[in-house]
Design a protein around this ligand. Structure first.
Ligand SMILES: Cc1cc2nc3c(=O)[nH]c(=O)nc-3n(C[C@H](O)[C@H](O)[C@H](O)COP(=O)(O)O)c2cc1C
Length: 381
């Protein structure tokens, strides 16, 4: 199979993974309108082609939170990554490290913090959910700090889990889910050997480390449902702000008023995100939400954005719409599922190459020159 894009990696991942995992990654909430809009709205952003400006020297790197990134991209936190490829968090983190960009570990990762952090040279970013069990949150923060994590990504768009129809149909949840998952595994022997047998323990590593007993996948959905905290408000975040020594980034902002609250709260950054269309279906795509948020807070706080970014051109579009940097979720997860660490490395090379083409043909030689000026006029705002 020839692989030259995220779409190719997606097709390869679908072949390799049992359906309950592929659809868990690929799907979104309810009718998946926002999931589709994320991709379509970004793809519809037209850039101004400019030529003959000597683009022989191009710099794709940026400085973010005191770190140098080779491209303005970080890997988004993705739960259960170790189920898509053997010890997947380690493989994805190593690929990000090799390319010179940050890997963000999810709260609900398979590998615990302590397994991943020593595998990479640059500091890992850590994502935390708001959970009822504040003891777990404190424990996770302490362990993340002890392992050298710098940036805390605090995800706030999951006070309740969104409903994903595909999960019930695919066997991730729903009737006879365990039995259906078993048969799907039997029918996907490459995955069964790599992850099913050699990728053990299949555990929520960070949660088990706190509870002192295994938290298996069968507990995953139940644990999430029981532990998300709908009572959370900005006030509850204050002790975390005081406790965490490094930069704190609020992930899941989609409205300029919330972005202003994040500035008032003292956050170092926000991630403009609708969780990849997996939470409230019908909300704006990140591409549509970005310009107003940038108008409200650009320069006062770092603006990152994800949801729908599939290639290097999308990275340039996202920055032109007002972000300082982009994050990618499914794009790297498809590559990981299909080809492991080398797949993610390859995907990042493709991303960088495409960014370079986009920068050359819009005549910008550095990332800070990617601004709204690149947008065709009627696409602005
Ligand atoms: C399978 C899957 C699991 C995810 N798990 C988490 C998570 O544990 N924590 C989190 O903050 N976001 C999670 N997200 C959301 C991603 O961080 C990111 O916002 C989203 O994937 C971006 O959209 P994209 O996939 O279109 O790039 C998850 C996304 C996917 C696809």
């Amino acid at each position: 199979m020839i692989i030259s894009s995220t779409a190719d990696y997606r097709a390869a991942a679908q072949k390799r993974l049992p359906p309950f995992l592929f659809h868990y990654i690929d799907g979104g909430a309810y009718a998946e309108q926002t999931l589709r809009r994320n991709v379509e709205d970004l793809a519809a952003v037209a850039l101004r082609q400019r030529v003959l400006k000597d683009m022989s020297r191009l710099d794709t790197s940026i400085e973010l939170f005191g770190e140098k990134l080779s491209i303005p991209v970080a890997l988004s936190p993705v739960g259960l990554t170790g189920m898509y490829r053997r010890r997947g968090e380690v493989q994805a983190a190593r690929a990000a490290d090799a390319h010179g960009i940050p890997f963000t570990m999810s709260t609900v990762s398979v590998c615990p913090i302590e397994e991943v952090a020593p595998e990479i040279k640059r500091p890992m970013w850590f994502q935390l959910y708001v959970l009822k069990d504040r003891g777990f949150m404190r424990n996770a923060l302490e362990r993340a700090q002890a392992a050298g994590c710098t940036t805390l990504v605090f995800t706030v768009d999951m006070p309740v889990p969104g409903a994903r129809y595909r999960d019930a149909h695919s066997g991730m949840s729903g009737p006879n889910a365990a039995l259906r998952r078993y048969w799907q595994s039997v029918l996907h022997p490459r995955w069964a050997l790599d992850v099913g047998l050699q990728g053990r323990p299949h555990d929520l590593g960070n949660i088990s480390a706190y509870r002192g007993s295994p938290t298996g996948l069968q507990d995953y959905m139940g644990w999430l449902g029981a532990n998300f905290d709908a009572s959370i408000s900005w006030k509850d975040l204050e002790w975390i702000r005081a406790f965490w020594k490094g930069p704190m980034v609020i992930k899941g902002i989609l409205d300029p008023e919330d972005a202003k609250d994040a500035v008032r709260f003292g956050a170092d950054g926000i991630v403009v995100s609708n969780h990849g269309g997996r939470q409230l279906d019908g909300v704006l795509s990140s591409a549509r939400a970005l310009p107003a948020i940038a108008d409200a807070v650009k320069g006062q706080i770092k603006i990152l954005a994800d949801s729908g970014i599939r290639n290097g051109l999308d990275v340039v579009r996202t920055i032109a719409l007002g972000a300082d940097a982009a994050m990618i979720g499914r794009a790297y997860i498809y590559a990981l599922a299909a080809a492991g660490e080398s797949g993610v490395k390859h995907l990042l090379e493709l991303l960088e190459k495409e960014m370079r083409v986009a920068m050359t043909l819009t005549s910008v030689s550095k990332v800070s020159d990617i601004t709204g000026e690149l947008l065709v006029r009627e696409m602005k705002g």
